[in-house]
Design a protein around this ligand. Sequence first.
Ligand code: RB5
Length: 147
Amino acid sequence: MKIGIGNDHSALDLKAEIIEFVKSKGHEVVDYGTYTSESCDYPVYGEKVGRAVAAGEVDRGILICGTGLGISLAANKVKGVRAAVCSEPYTAKMSRLHNDCNVLAFGARVVGAELAKMIVDVWLGTEFEGGRHQRRVDLLNAIEERN
Ligand code: RB5
């Protein structure tokens, strides 16, 4: 798959490790920044990756800020994005199986690199289950349309 990745200044080192890990699993990575440790605003990068996913430029997105929260909130403002903050592999797996999340977020100040890799690994390797869960995702999309 082609994976878009984005982060703020708090996550520069973790992003580098995650990029190498994702590549080692055979995926292509597009890095949407930030590229330096200079303080920056997470909404910029959440939106960049969200738009790339929504436009089909990349198949899925990974976002990292201090907590994963701010950057996921930004991505979720983009129509068609379902971003989930996951701090352990179970939620990451369910976010794919039941919610068809197309963006994964986590916090560089919350999870260590090895746990983050486990989260990413299970998330990339899990497909949406469909069935009754498709109806629920359709209902989520309908909320987006109404608002
Ligand atoms: C930056 O200090 C921090 O607020 C940001 O990385 C993130 O945790 C916001 O949700």
